[in-house]
Design a protein. Structure first.
Ligand code: GAR
Length: 219
């Protein structure tokens, strides 16, 4: 098989890290266009750190509580990411607001996953608000990070039905399953430079067959 370029990726987490795990496992494939060079957490006790370390991946805990300001933490985070040689940053349940300065330094090189169909339901307690609003379809979104929270060019989405008796927990589990399928696919396209990205939108440069355009995780 021809050697393919594997872009170095740093993954930012704050907790469980199940999306990080799905990216690490996808990147194990020989033909995946990215490799995970580090997993970084702002919470030293994040369970995902131990999992990544057991897989032989460099893990770094940068406790936000030991920094005097958000600016100081973000400056240290930037230096840490640069130190890993990463060319792409994938946020995977990283629950810290970032300063515009940090976001700007990784312009069009930092992506995030959010558990709703953006631009609907930005922010926290997403599934609870989805149920309260009575919508029948929710999902998840991978997007390029911009300075405003849960904003930025949408790279890919997966639709997930809301069931009548869903609780935030049951709906969250269904959406999470879709996240684990969506994020590795989108990171692959992103790492392979398959997107044209403008300030607000992203378009795939490659033509996808019709059956790949709508990503339906329950199919
Ligand atoms: C995921 O559902 C992710 O979409 C969400 O946090 C969870 C992290 O789970 N992210 C956000 O809400 C960001 N706004 P994980 O640690 O198991 O990947």
């Amino acid at each position: 098989m021809a050697d393919i370029e594997k872009k170095p990726v740093a993954i930012l987490i704050s907790g469980r890290g199940s999306n990080m795990m799905s990216l690490v496992e996808a990147a194990d494939a020989e033909d995946y266009p990215a490799r995970v060079v580090a997993v970084i957490s702002n919470r030293p006790q994040a369970p995902g750190l131990a999992w990544a370390s057991n897989r032989g991946i460099e893990t770094i805990a940068l406790d936000h509580k030991s920094f005097a300001s958000r600016q100081a933490f973000d400056a240290a985070l930037h230096d840490t990411i640069v130190g890993t040689q990463a060319k792409i940053v994938a946020c995977a349940g990283f629950m810290r607001l970032m300063t515009p300065q940090l976001v700007e330094k990784w312009h069009n090189r930092m992506i995030n996953i959010h558990p709703s169909l953006l631009p609907s339901f930005k922010g926290l307690d997403t599934h609870q608000r989805v149920i309260a609003a009575g919508v029948r379809i929710t999902g998840c979104t991978v997007h390029v990070v911009r300075a405003q929270m849960d904003n930025g060019p949408i790279l890919g989405q997966a639709a997930v039905p809301v069931a009548d008796r869903d609780t935030p927990e049951s709906l969250g589990r269904r959406v999470l399953t879709a996240e684990h399928r969506l994020y590795p696919q989108i990171l692959a396209h992103f790492a392979a430079d398959n997107y044209d990205i403008s300030q607000d939108t992203a378009t795939l440069k490659v033509d996808l067959p019709a059956d790949k355009m709508l990503f339906s995780p329950l199919a």
